[in-house]
Design a protein. Sequence first.
Length: 638
Amino acid sequence: MDPNRGNDSNNPQKPDGNRPKGSYFTPLMIALALVLVFSWVMNLVESSQYTQTTYSDFLEAKNAGQLAEVEFQTDRVLYMTKEEAAKPPAEQKACYTGLPDGGDWAAMGEELAAQGVTVNEKIVEDNSLIMMILSYVIMIGGLFFVMNMLTKRMGGEGMMGGFGKSKAKVYMEKQTGVTFKDVAGQDEAKESLQEIIDFLHNPQKYTAIGAKLPKGALLVGSPGTGKTLLAKAVAGEADVPFFSISGSDFVEMFVGMGASRVRDLFQQAAKVAPCIIFIDEIDAVGRSRDNRFGNNSEQEQTLNQLLSEIDGFEPSKGIVCLAATNRPEVLDKALLRPGRFDRRIIVDRPNLQGRLDTLKVHTRKIRLSEDVDLRKIAQATAGAVGADLANLVNEAALRAVRKGRQAVNQEDLLVSFETVIAGTEKKNTVLTDMEKRLVAYHEVGHALVAALEKHSQPVSKITIVPHTSGALGYTMQMPEEEKFLSTADELRTELRTLVGGRAAEQVVFGIQTTGAANDIQRATSLARNMVTQYGMSEKFGLMTTASVQNQYLDGQAYMDCAQSTAAQVDEEVKKILENAYTDAKRILTDNRGLLDEISEFLLVKETITGDELMAFINADKNKLPEPQESEETQTAEE
Ligand code: ADP
Ligand code: ZN
């Protein structure tokens, strides 16, 4: 499950975070190109009306007295012979030719005029003047176009008059229409926020006693856990306007813009107080000012402004600042000082009940068929955040529509769950027969190792239908209940299950394929965690050799030990993996008959359920003790 998969579809107000900086260069180029193309076209149009001749042709015509009309331009002359001039205007064809440098064209013009030839000299300049004016007009037009683009990009402030005084892009919602009922689970968070709501309802109650309320609270949690939703719900519950802006909006390309934006935001908010100001991704501005993350004077200015605004407003006014982040550890300590964002509200990934509630909230407006069991779905989605679940429900509804059904059924939900984790089925990937066999044995290898072990999660589905995510098949395990702890035995079982795919390839075909890459990666990182963080290796015992840096994002751990120790850690990880692999191979060799049987069945059916798998295994168990032998052993024992 991808924890970063946000679902902001319910949140159209959220500013677009990835604004392409520097692309105002493009419109400028377009304007320039327009000018060039225009003058080229003008030239072309003009040229097409005239035939090009040589200068000597022109002189010949002049000397023969055949010219009817000439027009001197800067570097060329246009002329029409008497023969052409006699024709009806539509058929007249004029000529032009280049003029050599240094000629006295004024004198020639006078000479020709004396011969009775019409000489236009002024038009020439007029024409080029028009061209020039036109070019300028286009150029200025282009510039305005550029400005316009910039203005839109920057959300309402043009370059002209926008400096310093910014009309910040602030999103105000008079009423969010969201209440706590729309936020499933998160009871602790709601409780902490309840006080703020009460305060917004009647500040006098608090000021009468002389209690100071926190001006701000920090919502901390992984992406998609519903921080924005909670903030909106607070505004909804308190029935006050909701200002929202993203931290990245403050970081502008012009120095000082961010600070003025902050000033503006608080000014606007003060006008409509009581209200909620919500700053999403506050880490974008609130990053620690020490050098560890690089120095950025613009960000620093913005942060200083933010701090002084927060210090500046009177709490009794009824402005409450909520901010969200998934990286609380990078925030500047100054932000977290008393009187600022001193309350930290953890918005956790939902547990089983939370997921069930979230599913209920999101299926409220969706027609469900009788067979839907949301609890099953909630069980299957351990680790998913609210946004994932919202996404899942929506996918299921879309699928039901695609299938022309009137209501969403359990299958829709299960399939969309797979879509969310594995991508959609890709029916037209063509595998060779050998590849298909390999994939089947690989998957059954996983499933069989899992199914034959005590501490494993039950297998719920095995499939060899390729998915768009690139997986050629997969084995899905579903925990029976929510678990927060794993024992060392369970982790070792998980390792064996992970390498079970590769083990099957090796045991059956004696080959190794690239299909196991992802398994190996996951197994390795699990084994590494066992050694470095969980204290589950013989060699290092309880010593930790890695520490987690940002637990609300990827939770990645960084090695935190001497290089020589790191090398030993690698050795230990390798040993654990080798043990798991040996065990998995042994399990599969011992149950080779079962492996073949199930794999052949899977090859035919392409997808088999956990129950079908267990039926094979149970049938095999009943077969195992040969009737005669068992009787003998029994009697012997008796
Ligand atoms: P965050 O701000 O933490 O990244 P959001 O508040 O933007 O997450 O959540 C995205 C969407 O996920 C919400 O609009 C909502 O549809 C859904 N969601 C997340 N958490 C919950 C929850 N606890 N209850 C109901 N829906 C939720
Ligand atoms: Zn695998």
